[in-house]
Structure formats: C-alpha cells, structure tokens
Design a binder for this molecule. Structure first.
Ligand SMILES: NC(=O)c1ccc[n+]([C@@H]2O[C@H](COP(=O)([O-])OP(=O)(O)OC[C@H]3O[C@@H](n4cnc5c(N)ncnc54)[C@H](O)[C@@H]3O)[C@@H](O)[C@H]2O)c1
Ligand SMILES: O=C(O)C(=O)C[C@]1(C(=O)O)C=C[C@@H](O)C=C1
Length: 364
C-alpha cells in the first residue's frame, strides 16, 4: 500500500510508530524528519526509521502517508508548511493529544486531493524522545481516529491499516467528542498530578516529607514528570474543554471540603464509595467499546525474577498475555500483578499453570 512513509517528529510516539512499522513493512522507506539532529541519529541507529532529514520538503516529498508526531502546536504549523511539497493522494495523519484544532486547520487548508485523518494513540509515557520509544507501545491500546461527514473513506482505511500494524484497536469519534473525553480522562489527571506535587513542594520541609511517599503519592504523580512543552501545548489547544473539567473538578473537591468541614461522616463515606464503585469498573468485563479481556490477579513474593518466572511459565505454554499491570508493590512485602488474556480458555490455562507452580492466583 505504501512505498514511503514520513514521520515528522521522531520522539517517543513517532519513534515507537517507526520501530513498529519498520519491523512489519520491511520494503517501505520510512523517513524521519526532526529539528533535532542527535534525535535523528539515534532514531536511525535504533532502526525506527530508514533515512533521516531535517528538511521538511525533502522528507515529505513522495510520501503516500505522512504521520505528524510533534507537539500539537508544532503539528498545526507543520501541516501548513508541508503542503507545497505533497503529491496528490497523500494521506496525512497525526498522533496529537487534541483533535479539534488540527482537524479545523486541515479542513481549512487542504486541497481536495490531500486527505487528513486525525489520530491519537491512547498509550504513552512520561518519558520524551526516541530513546524511550518502544515497538510494543501500542499493542492492545485504543487508537482514537477522528472522523466527520467529509472524511475520505479510502484515506480512513489506509490509516486504519497503519494502526492495525501497530497492534492497536481503532475507535472512531468526532473531534469534539474526542477533546471532551480526553480533557477528563487524560488532561485533568495531568493537571491534578502537577498540582499534587506543587502542593507538597509549597510546604516548608517538603524535602524530608517526600521520601515517606508510598503508593498513594507515587501512583498519582508519575505523570507529573512528563514533558512541559507537550503538556503546555495540550492545555492551550484544548483550553475550553480543560477549563470546563477544571470547574467540574473544583466542584467535586468542594463537596469533600464541605463534608470534612462539617464532619459529615455519611457524606464522606458516600463520596468515597461512589468513586470506588466507578474506579473498580476499570478494567472491567467489557473494556470501553471492546469485548472483555479475561483477567487473573497473581500475588508474587517481592524477589528478583518473580515476574519473569510468571511470564516464563505462560510463555512455555504459548499463552499470550494481552495486558499486564502491576497493582501493588510494597518493599519487603508481596506484590500483585494483573494479567489479561483474550479468551476464557487462556485465562483458565494461565490460572491452572500458575497455581501448579505455587502462586496465589485468582480470577478477576
Ligand atoms: N507522550 C505521550 O504519552 C503521548 C501519547 C499520545 C500522544 N502524544 C502526542 O504525541 C506527540 C509527540 O509527543 P512525544 O511524547 O512523542 O514527544 P517527544 O518530545 O518525545 O517528541 C516530539 C519530537 O518532535 C520534534 N519536533 C518538535 N518540533 C518539531 C518541528 N517543528 N519539526 C520537526 N520535529 C519537531 C522534537 O524534536 C521531538 O523529537 C504530541 O503531539 C503528543 O500530544 C503523546
Ligand atoms: O501513561 C502515560 O504516561 C500517559 O500519560 C499517557 C497518556 C495519558 O494516558 O494521559 C498521555 C497523553 C496522551 O495523549 C495519551 C496517553
């Protein structure tokens, strides 16, 4: 389907896409374009791309598919800058965390024979740059594609094909629905994480409090280490929806504040139980738009190599793990991991195998 794919911005996401596509499309030229020459050198060395250039013109020329993977404000500018160098029939997609701004720009700018399909992989990390890239990053992840009445069917199916090569699962939705959803599911958690850390850091003597942090602080603040440029761009691009969810969040926080002020024990219980009920549904028997994954929870002693043992026993029987999550880690104690499989047969086989090896395992 493609002879040349151009990836503009070969960082964590562009690099991960490049690594995965390079493994599968061995005959396709994958050109990496970036401002950062050292990043391009690494991308080539890691095998994320087959050639590199700092020139947008040279990089996108003759590409049938262009993947924009720079921070969202840059991608909007790059979309316009690359237009003179594209051939008729080129499909452009992006990986940006917001969709209304770029789809509106594409609709305003693109001639009838250049197509745009907005994309957003719902997987990532707080690490930036191609050194953090991972060819498996998108496997079994949701990959959101934005569509509207003008979306070209052939262009959409080309992007879906690319996503299928990454091992991800597409969900189609309108740009506004996308930005509304990610405001609460992705942008708000980042704002909360930054605020939690800043709340601690504003306290005198925070340096001696920080080392005491256990799961609560660590689980909720990993993403506070994420890239400032990327997140500044996202908050400004999705400003209206972000302000809406911040207002909702403040209202919810005020409910807790009032309940604690009034020592309203029933209200406090109610707020916690309501949240616990909703959170317990992730991951539940059905995962959003998709069929259930079949899960087990394994308790493992906190010793080196135990996770490797668990995955090794399953690997020997060719039981593929579709999803893995560390649920609880406490130094010196046992930890818990969740494993998910595509069907009940594999779930049963994994349960039996690990029980036979002496692990404490239960279905979830
Ligand atoms: N990191 C995540 O968790 C995540 C997840 C899903 C989507 N996204 C989206 O993916 C995009 C990239 O994020 P990332 O985490 O890979 O960032 P990154 O910082 O790792 O990579 C971005 C790359 O773009 C390059 N770049 C910046 N401006 C450029 C320009 N004008 N021309 C060419 N290259 C340019 C940078 O040099 C860098 O190599 C963002 O739009 C982000 O919203 C990120
Ligand atoms: O796992 C992480 O580190 C992420 O923050 C990934 C994450 C998110 O879940 O919010 C970040 C930004 C995206 O646009 C999509 C995914």
């Amino acid at each position: 389907m493609f002879k040349k794919i151009a990836i503009v911005g070969v960082g964590l996401i562009g690099g991960s896409i490049g690594l995965s596509l390079s493994n599968k499309l061995t005959d396709v030229k994958i050109t990496g374009i970036d401002l950062d020459k050292e990043n391009l050198r690494l991308a080539l060395e890691l095998g994320a791309v087959s050639e590199t250039t700092v020139s947008l013109e040279e990089g996108v020329r003759a590409a049938e598919l262009v993947i924009l993977a720079a921070p969202v404000a840059q991608s909007v500018i790059l979309l316009e800058r690359m237009l003179p160098y594209l051939s008729a029939g080129t499909v452009i997609t992006d990986v940006g965390s917001t969709k209304m701004e770029i789809t509106a720009r594409a609709a305003a700018l693109l001639p009838g024979d250049i197509y745009f399909v907005g994309g957003h992989p719902m997987a990532g990390s707080e690490i930036s740059g191609v050194l953090g890239a991972d060819s498996h990053l998108f496997e079994n992840a949701y990959y959101l594609l934005t569509i509207n009445e003008d979306t070209d069917v052939a262009a959409l199916s080309k992007v879906k094909y690319m996503v299928s090569l990454l091992g991800a699962r597409t969900v189609e939705l309108a740009p506004e629905e996308h930005d509304q959803s990610v405001a609460v599911i992705s942008h708000l958690p980042h704002l909360v994480a930054y605020t939690l850390v800043n709340t601690l850091a504003a306290l005198p003597g925070w340096e001696s409090i920080l080392p005491l942090a256990a799961g609560g602080f660590k689980d909720t603040t990993r993403i506070a280490m994420s890239n400032a440029v990327m997140w500044r761009d996202i908050f400004l691009s999705n400003r209206e929806k972000v302000l809406q969810v911040l207002a909702d969040f403040n209202m919810q926080l005020a409910l807790f504040k009032e309940a604690v002020e009034k020592s309203d024990d029933k209200k406090i219980m109610g707020l916690i139980q309501e949240a616990a009920k909703v959170r317990a549904a992730v991951p539940a028997k059905s995962k959003g738009y998709f069929p259930a994954l079949y899960e087990i929870v394994v308790t493992i002693p906190d010793r080196p190599g135990m996770i490797a043992d668990v995955t090794g026993y399953l690997g020997e029987l060719d039981i593929n793990i579709s999803d893995i999550e560390i649920l609880r880690v406490r130094e010196g104690h046992e930890g818990t991991i969740r494993l998910a499989f595509i069907d009940e047969f594999r779930q049963e086989a994994a349960l039996r195998t690990l029980q036979e090896q002496g692990f404490l395992v239960r279905k979830r």
